[in-house]
Design a protein around this ligand. Structure first.
Ligand SMILES: *[C@@H]1O[C@H](CO)[C@@H](O)[C@H](O)[C@H]1NC(C)=O
Ligand SMILES: *[C@@H]1O[C@H](CO)[C@@H](O)[C@H](O)[C@H]1NC(C)=O
Ligand SMILES: *[C@@H]1O[C@H](CO)[C@@H](O)[C@H](O)[C@H]1NC(C)=O
Ligand SMILES: *[C@@H]1O[C@H](CO)[C@@H](O)[C@H](O)[C@H]1NC(C)=O
Ligand SMILES: *[C@@H]1O[C@H](CO)[C@@H](O)[C@H](O)[C@H]1NC(C)=O
Ligand SMILES: *[C@@H]1O[C@H](CO)[C@@H](O)[C@H](O)[C@H]1NC(C)=O
Ligand SMILES: *[C@@H]1O[C@H](CO)[C@@H](O)[C@H](O)[C@H]1NC(C)=O
Length: 435
């Protein structure tokens, strides 16, 4: 009996110490990763010159120093066939110096290196996929080529009778390979970026396997592509936290489909929703406006918050009734916690400028009866003190406002009405004041 009791006690103390959320904390990817990805600007037109030119520009333009530290190579780097030994072979015309030389150069620039493969028979451009070659390919990527990140796509899915496991199983094969390799080498695991496009709800299971999961199809090239991704992600903001992130896809800033205001909205939403941030433009031709957006360190600081891992989430949809799914008119009024205060994001989804008003306590992160100093994270100015509410005047069409509100003490005595949000507001003497 004593032994049984001891076993039960140790069993229950083990269970009670189990973390409430099963995020995979294997030491990498606590914060959303930031860097560059070759796909949107170059598609298959990549080679070592293009990659290293952009890598050097990450450094020379100051982008590495604000946090963009990964240089990620996307699809099309290898030959179509594996070699006789069964290994993926790099295209020697595109990479005359060899892949290890490229990653060594990337590392020598103070950057990390990312590579790409697929969980099926082939990649989306029909290069070799890693299905049934997970251990072999991972060893090549990690040990021989020395990559730090693996983006893992979702094309060329094997027949049911071959795979006999669901989407989770298909991605678990590589997650297991990563854990096994880390164990046998004693090295940090490769960062696992699941490119599973959302139809099988990777925000529920991706966190067991890797550090991020794509939530949507590939980003398109205009404003409606941005609003549709914001709209879909507005319903799953809870899924991003330390070590696990909704990946809203590569940034389209600088690729010509968005004006300046739209580009700022795009960058702000991805940052504050705690998505990985991957530059996807041709850096040799990047404009000052594009660089100004990528180098907004006050916005990046929220994305990289070391204390608060959660995302902003809508508190009011605005254009639509709350919880409306509308690809072109996503939620407009958002807030979230951060290391230094409450962050607000206001998106003008209309096609003309608008004033945008909110009561502070519409956000759950604001204390009633307090006033707040207001910092504008785009103009980089302190904009006075907000009591009860705030109005952003004349927000441009498709534009954004990002604010950091810090507690600035009690609101002025006698501020009326006695409850800022008077629903069921009552004096201690039992008098209800909202009727
Ligand atoms: C290898 O690279 C060359 C030069 O970019 C390209 O023309 C060729 O199609 C590539 N081979 C494969 C199999 O993609
Ligand atoms: C890489 O591609 C660029 C642009 O297509 C070309 O100018 C350059 O010579 C190529 N470099 C290699 C190593 O193939
Ligand atoms: C890469 O290869 C080139 C020659 O192709 C060489 O000059 C350079 O030093 C190599 N870089 C590294 C980091 O090994
Ligand atoms: C909080 O403020 C400190 C000091 O200004 C700054 O270094 C840090 O990046 C801020 N954190 C966030 C999440 O904005
Ligand atoms: C906004 O708050 C102020 C107090 O700072 C109050 O006088 C004003 O009526 C409020 N505006 C609205 C529309 O609630
Ligand atoms: C904050 O103040 C700056 C400088 O006056 C101004 O340009 C900006 O529009 C203000 N921000 C908001 C949201 O009102
Ligand atoms: C009860 O509260 C109401 C609202 O604050 C106030 O107007 C009223 O004078 C109070 N009545 C008494 C008897 O204190």
């Amino acid at each position: 009996m004593t032994l049984l009791a001891a076993l039960l006690v140790s069993y229950f103390s083990f269970v009670s110490k189990a973390p409430p959320v099963e995020a995979l904390d294997n030491g990498v990817g606590r914060l959303p990763f930031m860097g560059y990805n070759t796909w949107n600007a170059y598609h298959c037109d990549i080679n070592e010159t293009v990659i290293l030119d952009n890598a050097r520009l990450l450094v020379d333009l100051g982008l590495r120093d604000v946090g963009f530290t990964y240089m990620n190579i996307d699809d099309c780097y290898p030959e179509k066939e594996r070699n006789a030994a069964g290994d993926i072979v790099v295209n020697a015309t595109r990479f005359p110096s060899g892949m290890r030389n490229v990653t060594d150069t990337i590392h020598s620039l103070g950057l990390k290196a990312g590579i790409y493969s697929d969980s099926g028979w082939f990649t989306c451009q029909l290069y070799p996929g890693s299905f049934q070659n997970e251990d072999r390919d991972l060893k090549l990527f990690r040990e021989e080529w020395n990559f730090d990140l693996l983006k893992y796509d979702n094309c060329a899915v094997p027949f049911d009778e071959v795979i006999k496991e669901g989407m989770v199983g298909k991605y678990t094969r590589m997650a297991n390979a990563i854990a096994d390799l880390a164990k046998s080498t004693g090295r940090e695991p490769i960062l696992f970026s699941l490119c599973q496009w959302g139809r099988e709800q990777p925000w529920f299971w991706g966190r067991r396997l890797g550090q991020s999961w794509r939530t949507t199809d590939d980003v398109g090239n205009g404003w409606s592509a941005i609003t549709s991704i914001i709209n879909e992600n507005s319903f799953i903001t809870w899924a991003s936290d330390f070590f696990g992130h909704n990946d809203m896809d590569i940034l389209e800033v600088g690729n010509g489909g968005l004006n300046f205001e739209e580009s700022k909205t795009h960058f702000t939403a991805w940052s504050l929703m705690k998505s990985p941030l991957l530059i996807g433009t041709n850096l040799p031709t990047a404009t000052q406006e594009t660089l100004e957006i990528f180098k907004n360190t006050e916005i990046i600081a929220i994305n990289q918050d070391p204390v608060v891992g959660t995302a902003v989430q809508p508190f009011r949809w605005g254009h639509n009734p709350d919880w409306t799914f509308d690809s072109l008119h996503p939620a407009q009024y958002w807030s979230g916690e951060s290391q230094n205060g409450t962050v607000f994001m206001l998106i003008n989804v209309e096609d003309q400028p608008a004033d945008m008003f909110f009561s502070l306590t519409e956000s759950p992160w604001i204390r009633a009866g307090r006033q707040y100093s207001v910092r504008d994270l785009w103009t980089h100015t302190d904009n006075g003190t907000a009591v009860r509410n705030f109005t952003a005047h004349n927000v441009p069409a498709h534009g954004v406002v990002a604010l950091l509100l810090k507690d600035a003490g009690d609101e002025p005595a006698g501020t009326e009405p006695p409850c800022a949000r008077p629903e069921w507001c009552m004096d201690q003497n039992g008098t209800r004041i909202d009727q």
